[in-house]
Design a protein around this ligand. Sequence first.
Ligand SMILES: [Zn+2]
Length: 479
Amino acid sequence: MEAKIREERAGVFRCTSAPQILVGDLLRASGSEAAQPLLEQCRKQFHSEAMQPAAPETRLPEGPFVLVGLVKDHPALKQLEADLKSRLPKDGLGQEGYLLEVAPERILIAAEKPAGAYYGVLKLLERAGDAAASWDIPAVRIADWPTMRWRGMHVLVNSRDDLPAVEQLLTRFLPQYRLNRLILEINYNFQFRSHPEISSGPNALTVEDCRRLSALAKQNNVHLIPMLNCLGHQSWAETTGAFLRAHPEFDETPDLPANNPGIYCRSWCPSHPDVNKVVFDLFDELIDAFDADAFHVGMDEVFILGQCPRCKGKANAELFARAVNDYHSHLAGKRKVQMLMWGDRLLDDAQMHYGEWESSRNDTAPALHLIPKDIVICDWHYEPLADFPSVKYFQEQGFAVWPSGWNSEENAQRLAGCALKNTSDRMLGYLATTWVGVRSVAAGLAGDAQALTGNKNVSGVVAAIRKGARLAWEGAPQP
Ligand SMILES: [Zn+2]
């Protein structure tokens, strides 16, 4: 990532044994693990196993050291901020911005918030390189902060076999691309205790798996957002998902043959008096397992609505809105977590002209006016269009919008570019969807040739992640 402000300066910070690591008290007291990557890298490069960070004294040491802290942690950090203040955003460095000064005798990293200190450490490590037992870092002053607040990726997690790939994303690739949100589409691939009959099988994720991912996410400034696809998408081709297999009484089209002929995906019935009791149990277990502060309910491409005797005669928009409102009342109302959903059913194709997938031709769009405005809309569009009118439209309608691209660099560039052009307080950032399986995503990002050529989408997905992440952090390229 190119930093927003970078001034090369005279001299070089040079050391051939581990520099002293100083961590400010306020940063430490926040519980942040921002300095952790620095300690790990020093242990690895300088083979100094016993390395422990110390708190900085007012008078800083003579020998080579790195001081990481919040601005208020030390006069030297305050001075660095004062020196650069006139060039920072008017609201300051914000949640994730940082200052980095490399001088011949010392390195300072200052931030207003712990996440900023973490990104400052990552930038330093990039410049330090990975040569054994030596740092030779040209002196520089850097001030940097992200342009977009939410920089994310969406991946499918099908079983415990996917866990190493998810861990690799959390510890390596999300930090590398400065991404701070990871949506894990779990669906029924979790060992639900309240409804074991709905779990996809013995290789589904356990609570302990989710806790471990959650801890890794916190260390790396990533918010994990569990996802369970609600209402639609309850079958795929000839296979019906675990929810309707276990509870056929909730099927919107129970008379349809088991191999799903002639349909895209089954839906559950949003009007069944008992369905939400079960759905909410699943929500609760996933929220608790991930200690999540946000939850994605899916709800894209719902084509089957209003078929069963309970739903027949009601407008599709009313049925769809009822489901959204029910989930919102549990998630935002009872559980106090942020609700996210895909946006396609809320867009009228007659107005948006995206076609029947990315917008609605089945009369669900008026639901937009019947649902709460504090739902985050993931506005997915996968073509390299010249404009994406929904990005502006959702904001005008009072919703926070998270534009979501997919499998080509050009798509990511145009969609993130549209987000940058239509920025208000309701513009959240850029979300890279993947749809190729998380193991392929991780292998593709690692440059694995087989992964990059095996599935036709992997190389495009990887290029789109890189492009989208870059635009989300850097903003539009400097003229
Ligand atoms: Zn129904």
